[in-house]
Design a protein around this ligand. Structure first.
Ligand code: VG1
Ligand code: CO
Length: 591
């Protein structure tokens, strides 16, 4: 626990001096109104009391695949959020507490949590805080801001694609100076802090209004309320050929619908697609972020993005459809009557990236998470670049991106991104496709089918068994892991298991090892089965079964997806006894 020196913390560090000189006009062009601000320390010194609150550890604050996710009710317990936030701060030496950025996806409890975090950040001696107006920031926008303003970190309040509302989920993620999710070493250190915590520090002040762009001071901490969209939109306009994309919309022949699912991308999509790219005003649907996402499940897949999906498969279907998730890092891309699987999307991006002005030098390398289909591997092979296979979760791409080993990376779970930031990026992926369509002048379906003809098709699907009993899920995985050595070489009809293992990853940059990242079974014909347990759920356990089957012959590229994968699903049930252990006769979600 660092000693508490809020009032004596230095404000005149070099970084701060440089930064504040630069920021004054950026965020506060009209000049600060410190004298009149209710939070000005000079006018209301009595309001700036710092409290040290005694607390006791919670045993369950171990971050999962992407931050700490729990039911809202869990986060509403006294001290729960505070303990975790203080644990994060305790991992940052006081001398490094420069700028902190805070924002969230607007879900229920976002507003309350942000107030707590701002007051705690000031009490813990951060010199400068940026917060998105109305407490909003998408995950990719956070990454942009951290990198652009050289912040020491960012706190994102989101449970991503998990539902919101009082009965829904809440979450908190910490991103480091490179703009990416905290690596495992840091999340483990935060967890250890949370197990030993005895007190946290918080300023005793009234809540701060975040409705307008403004600046004030909280004691010695400067706080800027910023436009959550501007810096992000500006970066996008430099990466892609906005002029060319505009010609698509100008022609009046190309129609697009973007479903923001009542989550954080609404304001970003409105600004970028409708205002900057001049798409018609009804292009973005469900554009207003709501605390409960309109009662929906802000997960962009065929099942949850119902409104968009039915439109895209109807007689009225526009040429291009897309959606993003709660915090804006996922994307789903659809053509007219055509769904692009995320794994294929990544492969198409890799094969076409040189067409895009922002990426004209091509690919340094690519990476995919282990369960993601191997479609991108074939592209990498043909381009002669390295393809890295990482564990699930964006944090594993950070080192590869930072060391320029890869330009592009993605996950089967509707995530794609590039070296422009250190998060997956929903709107970026949509812009990538728009730019590609504008360059190639072909519909989405044709671009993908042409890709299959060249590289073969990886039929791919994920079957989730959600909210099953944790002990049973663990037992299934344990039993399967124990059988790995006897399963190798086994024949199941026309399929034979050629390799199987418990996936372990050694980071090529820092050599850290992450083991038990999923059980994988490779078959002679290039098919694959992967089993792992989710690290983002908040109730029971979720078993994810990933199925992949490779067919090179173009005559077999238009088969029914689930039927084509059915023999593999049967083998999966045979070797893992899924029905027996889960008590379910079918998956709860198929993507
Ligand atoms: C899931 C996905 C994973 C993704 C993670 C965070 O994790 O499978 O690919 O990185 O969510 O995405 P898990 O452990 O439940 O399988 V997000 O949009 O929630 O930041
Ligand atoms: Co997300």
């Amino acid at each position: 626990m660092p000693s508490f020196r809020f009032l004596s913390s230095a404000c005149n560090s070099k970084i701060y001096a440089q930064y504040s000189a630069k920021k004054m006009d950026l965020f506060n062009p009209v000049g600060m109104r410190l004298e009149s601000h209710p939070l000005d320390m000079n006018s209301r010194p009595e309001r700036m009391k710092v409290n040290k609150i005694a607390t006791k550890p919670f045993p369950d604050q171990k971050p999962g695949t992407s931050g700490l996710r729990k039911k809202v009710r869990v986060f509403q317990q006294p001290h729960y959020l505070e303990n975790f936030v203080q644990s994060i701060f305790n991992c940052l030496p006081e001398s490094e507490r420069g700028m902190l950025i805070v924002g969230g996806d607007g879900r229920y409890h976002n507003r309350q949590a942000i107030q707590v975090i701002l007051k705690m950040a000031a009490a813990n001696g951060f010199r400068h805080i940026l917060v998105g107006r109305q407490g909003l920031l998408s995950t990719p926008a956070m990454s942009v801001l951290i990198r652009k303003y050289k912040a020491c970190g960012g706190i994102i309040l989101s449970a991503s694609h998990n539902p919101g509302g009082p009965e829904g989920d809440f979450g908190i993620k910490f991103n480091t100076t490179n703009g990416g999710p905290a690596p495992e070493k840091l999340t483990e250190a935060i967890y250890q802090q949370s197990l030993a915590i005895e007190a946290y520090h918080i300023l005793e002040i009234e809540d701060i209004s975040l409705d307008e762009i403004d600046s004030c001071t909280l004691g010695r901490t400067r706080l800027d309320i910023i436009d959550p969209v501007e810096d992000y939109a500006e970066l996008m306009s430099r990466l892609f050929d906005f002029g060319r994309i505009k010609t698509l919309f100008d022609s009046g022949l190309f129609r697009m619908v973007f479903d923001a699912m009542h989550a954080v991308t609404g304001p970003y999509a409105k600004e970028i697609f409708e205002h900057r790219l001049k798409a018609p005003p009804d292009t973005v649907i469900n554009a207003v972020p709501l605390e409960d996402f309109g009662g929906g499940h802000p997960d962009p897949n065929l099942q949850n993005a119902q409104e968009l999906t039915s439109l895209m498969f109807s007689g009225e279907a526009p040429d291009f459809g897309a959606a993003s998730d709660g915090d804006g890092d996922r994307n789903m891309v659809l053509g007219r009557h055509f769904f692009v699987t995320p794994s294929d999307s990544l492969a198409v991006m890799a094969a076409n990236i040189h067409h895009l002005p922002g990426y004209h030098s091509g690919l340094a390398g690519v990476a995919r998470s282990m369960p993601t289909s191997r479609a991108v591997d074939r592209v990498a092979e043909s381009l002669g670049v390295e393809c890295y296979e990482t564990p699930t979760g964006w944090k594993f791409f950070g080192n590869l991106l930072d060391s320029h080993k890869i330009t592009l990376c993605g996950e089967e779970s509707f995530g794609a991104g590039s070296d422009h930031i250190r998060e997956k990026d929903g709107i970026w992926a949509v812009l990538f496709w728009l730019n590609l369509i504008a360059v190639r002048q072909r519909p989405v379906s044709e671009i993908v089918q042409q890709h299959w003809r060249r590289f073969g098709r990886h039929y791919y699907s994920r079957h989730d068994y959600e909210e099953i009993e944790s002990t049973m899920a663990e037992a299934l995985m344990h039993r399967l892991a124990e059988q790995l050595h006897t399963l190798k070489g086994r024949q199941f009809g026309e399929f034979r298991i050629s390799e199987c293992d418990d996936f372990s990853y050694t980071d090529p940059v820092d050599h850290s090892i992450s083991s038990h990242q999923g059980l994988r079974f490779l078959f002679d014909d290039g098919s694959r089965l992967v089993f792992r347990l989710s690290g983002t759920g908040t109730r029971g356990a979720t078993l994810r079964l990933y199925l992949e089957r490779y067919l090179a012959d173009p005559a077999r590229h238009n088969l029914d997806l689930q039927q084509t994968l059915a023999p593999l699903a049967a083998i999966a049930d045979d070797i893992a006894q899924i029905k027996k252990y889960t008590g379910r006769d079918k998956p709860s979600v198929i993507t």
